[in-house]
Design a protein around this ligand. Sequence first.
Ligand code: GLC
Length: 798
Amino acid sequence: MITNTELEYKGDLYPSKIVSYTHDVDSIYFYTDNSVILKLTVLRDSLIRFRFTTKGYFSNDFSYAIDRSHSHGYNHLEVTEEKTYFQITTNKIICKIQKVDLRASIFDLKGNIILEDELGFHWEECYEFGGNIVKMSKASRDGECFYGLGDKATQLNLKGKRVENFATDQYAFQKEQDPLYKVVPFYIGLHHKQAYGIFFDNTFRTYFDFCHERRNVTSFWAHGGEMNYYFFYGPNMQDVVTSYTDLTGKPELPPLWALGYHQCKWSYYPESNVKEVAAKFRELQIPCDAIYLDIDYMEGFRCFTWNKDYFPDPKRMVSELAQDGFKTIVIIDPGIKIDKEYWVYKEALAKDYFCKRADGPYMKGKVWPGECNFPDFTNPEVREWWAGLFKELISDVGVKGVWNDMNEPAVMEVPNKTFPNDVRHDYDGNPCSHRKAHNIYGTQMARATYHGVKRFSYPKRPFIITRSAYSGAQRYTSSWTGDNIATWEHLWIANIQVQRMSISGMGFTGSDIGGFAEQPTGELYARWIQLGVFHPFCRTHSSGDHGDQEPWAFDEEVIDITRKFVNLRYQLLPYLYTMFWQYIEEGTPMLKPLVYFDQDDIQTHYRNDEFVFGNQILVCPILEPNAQGRRMYIPRGEWYNFWTNCLVKGGKEMWVDTKFDEIPVFIKAGAIIPKYPVQQYVGEKEFDELTLDIYYKEGKEKSVVYEDGQDGYDYKKGRFSFLSFQMTGKEKEVNIQLHKEGKFDTNYTKFKINFIGLPFDIKMIEIDNEEIVFDAKSYKENQYLIVPKDFNVLHIIG
Ligand code: GLC
């Protein structure tokens, strides 16, 4: 029985000396005396893969995480043999491999050490299952910091922590509880202004130890599989994260409505209840784009069926909701009820698509419907079948999104909460046990769901959300952080988890706003909405067994706060959509923890609460009851308080006053923030102006706005509009240069410009070097300018 394997153990084995090496294009193979081979592959000048075997040969190279379209290619690769080591030099780094024991050390081109093996690769043979427990240890330096690892519910900087990766249904998890639902074996190290990353692409149960067991050692190990990891060189965290995201893939753009507000509960039923909830949003004028049907819409929790007592005519209901701007999203779990009369069960049985135990019987376990079998989503033929099952839901009924849950996979009433280890999986033609497939089961389910929903939604875009995920899942799906609790501590956790997911390549994430388990007070709910509207995915969800969690379950003040913040999110949709575009184009995280935003400022290294939403909006939630404000760190640079428009100089911690209907929000000086009018749902209104809030700064600042048809795939054929504004502020003038790319023509024809912090009175305005009529009196009254959207240079003179 393997337990929490300690890093070092007497039975550990180590590579012995290198006896030969070969160099084959981008890969260098080092062979040791005791049958260890290190295959070192240079993917890019700053990205190296290390792959070890102890058998004398490599098994088939297969990964679910790596995106086949990732960029590779380097400018320079040179291998030289020195007396005691081999040296691999690229355009960015130097890597030395010791002849005596295969240990690696990596340097920048100036010779500064970036990362060095401590014991390096070692392993323990595993008699029970065969193969090895593979281990790696690296030397860590004082002051080194660590970030990443997906959804861990602990402080952002992981220094001093040990974490475990094993996808787990962790109902009502606690702070520091580990493992949780997601598995992202990727971390970023930061030391002396140099950042690097490690992605340990191994789907077995893995562990990372960041100077927890030994002060100056970082290590990671897995219960099986290969020591197979990627090293990313920064030196900026931006480079590490974007490179990791490039390697494991980016999503397509979601439909814009998916960035709106979503309302969920376990469960809204029958139809009249769903309609009532939807109508109340419209009555109270709180924008909402999506409503969810949790497991009770099904007939006895059988996926792809409807309870006809509750929902006699789903198609009519879905279309009536759609007429009012609501998209219907339904839950689909992996467990298929064992029921000889049930069509999905019968099909899967006939085709032999369920996972089997080692000795042949189907894997059987209890979930919501009672005893279930589970499709083997690691089999491509099963995925294809599963995708086809969505035809009726999407094409006929008109459902717009699918919610995959319980896909860790969760099994009830068993101590390990999941499949036993011996369950067999196809693993895309690399048959294996559940030990290897467990962590990617949920991702393969979401992948199959994505393909199905996409196929039947076409030419519209699909929307998928999953609970469990492994690195790379972001290519197919968004995610939420699982079954949290309505406590202040969980608000803190949600803030960390979503930031952490963002720098772990999986940015389209949110938490159950208000908490899933237990009942939030109105105050807690309000504080959670105030944070939630700044998360890429924004949904209220609750277990529903303790009262309601719609905004109107609370008092008037909370309803008003909810409306105010959801309105703000809808106004910021073009800004949010632009963030998303930067994420899919460049791999840029949508939320930036302060350390990511300014790694050179050591004050940011241990900050948890503040983050930058996109590139120019600094947000800090209120995480305590009865707060009149809070202390927070303002990163370097100049920032406008969003509520008061007062300018503050950053690089310091300060107290910020807030009322109950505010949280600290600051806008970077120089930013141009695009806004739409408030709409009750995306596409409700046609409008002729895009609002631009221009925050004056002396100096230069660039801002961009991405727009397209808000759904569909024309954007991939160049039908998008990308505006890039270069603003230059001087003592008595502001100059804005506008550059436009793309073939999409937005409906609006004008910009409505608000100046914030302009230090002079406007006397004259020129557009493309020609003076236009400027009505100073009307400007004074209205405080905005209307200008045509097609200018090249806008010149404001004081
Ligand atoms: C799980 C999910 C939760 C859902 C419930 C019922 O607990 O995490 O979001 O509401 O199952 O389907």
